[in-house]
Design a protein around this ligand. Structure first.
Ligand SMILES: [Zn+2]
Length: 345
């Protein structure tokens, strides 16, 4: 790929919808936090630490990929650190010229080591993000993740706290974690409650699990968007259904290769899905774990699937339409994006 195109892609104003805050914590950040708070890590050597928190090559499977989160759970020893991480993560997004980002986080995961109140956790996440928004050219919203592996009671708590802070920076709810053992139907009533309280919904489904999970996520959980959802390519009836319903799939190329839900990048179904007329967005998922950026994901999409600069611009504009941001902010962002995108030719 020639350098000029890489520069152009970097310069593009971007929109990202599927990015886990915890998966944005780099080995550098973790090491610094561990030093300041006297936390025990498996090593104090930065390069060695990377092998614990970053995928090198491919993980053996999705579970091995998720294991990279283990040490990242140590990164939130107090609320000041939560705020600082939020600030730094949004700042890094701004440096990749992301103009609007939705960061998702799991309150159960972030409070596993230290039992912060979830409301306090959210307030500090929002504070850090607002500070970055003031300093850099970016807007950020947060999606509360319901962890599949925790109790239904904790899932309901997540809905309640998301609803409480909706409008203050929380823009939606997500279902995360082991899709195979905890299929979406287990959370149908939880998501019904969430829908009734007006929350926007996205659900990790059809990543490695049964393709039918995507249908259940849409029909029973009321998902507005699907995290990954790439397995639908194996079910023509479901392809029709997803296209008709206009439910967008949040695609993350590098992540899908690293978790081995696709055998190789070339075999990723993104092109088949988008050519069929299914709405997609391009995302990083866990940029620190995967050592990627949104610029890099756009470039990979162009290189591997022949998308043009105009195609990428189209994905960016449609990602904004799919975003959970309030309508008046969306209108402002749309006008800006259009103007900025037209300058990159
Ligand atoms: Zn994800």
């Amino acid at each position: 790929m020639d350098e000029k195109i890489a520069e152009k892609i970097e310069a593009l104003p971007k929109v990202e919808l599927h990015r886990h805050l915890e998966g944005c914590v780099t080995a550098e950040m973790l090491l610094e936090i561990a030093r300041e708070h006297d936390l025990k890590l498996p090593t104090t050597d930065l390069e060695e630490l990377r092998s614990y928190v970053q995928v090198q090559g491919k993980a053996t499977d999705l579970k091995a990929f998720l294991n990279k989160f283990y040490w990242l759970g140590k990164a939130f020893p107090d609320l000041a650190t939560v705020e600082r991480i939020s600030y730094e993560v949004v700042r890094e997004c701004a440096r990749d010229n992301i103009r609007y980002v939705e960061l998702r986080f799991s309150p159960t995961f972030m409070t596993m080591e230290k039992h912060h109140q979830w409301g306090d956790l959210i307030l500090h996440l929002l504070k850090g993000a607002r500070r970055a928004e003031d300093e850099f050219d970016i807007a950020a919203g947060f999606i509360v993740g319901v962890s599949r592996t925790h109790s239904l009671k904790s899932a309901m708590r997540a809905v309640a706290v998301a609803a409480e802070y909706a409008g203050l920076g929380i823009v939606g709810l997500d279902l995360v974690g082991d899709e195979a053992e905890y299929p979406p139907e287990m959370f149908a009533s939880v998501f019904r409650t969430a829908r009734d309280s007006g929350l926007n919904l996205t659900v990790h489904a059809g990543e490695e699990g049964e393709v039918s999970n995507v249908r259940v996520a849409i029909e029973q959980l009321g998902a507005d968007r699907i995290g990954h959802g790439i397995q639908v390519v194996n079910d023509p009836g479901l392809m029709d259904f997803v296209r008709e319903k206009k439910v967008p799939l949040e695609i993350a190329l590098t992540s899908n290769v690293q978790t081995r839900v696709v055998p190789s990048l070339a075999e990723h179904p993104v092109r088949a899905l988008s050519d069929f007329g299914i709405r997609i967005s391009l995302n990083t998922d866990d940029p620190a774990i995967s050592a990627t950026s949104l610029t890099r994901e756009y470039l990979l999409a162009m290189e591997a699937f022949g998308y043009t600069l105009e195609d990428i611009k189209g994905f960016i504009l449609d990602a904004l339409e799919q975003a959970f941001v309030e309508e008046y902010r969306k209108n402002r962002l749309r006008a800006r994006l259009r103007e900025e995108l037209s300058r990159v030719v």
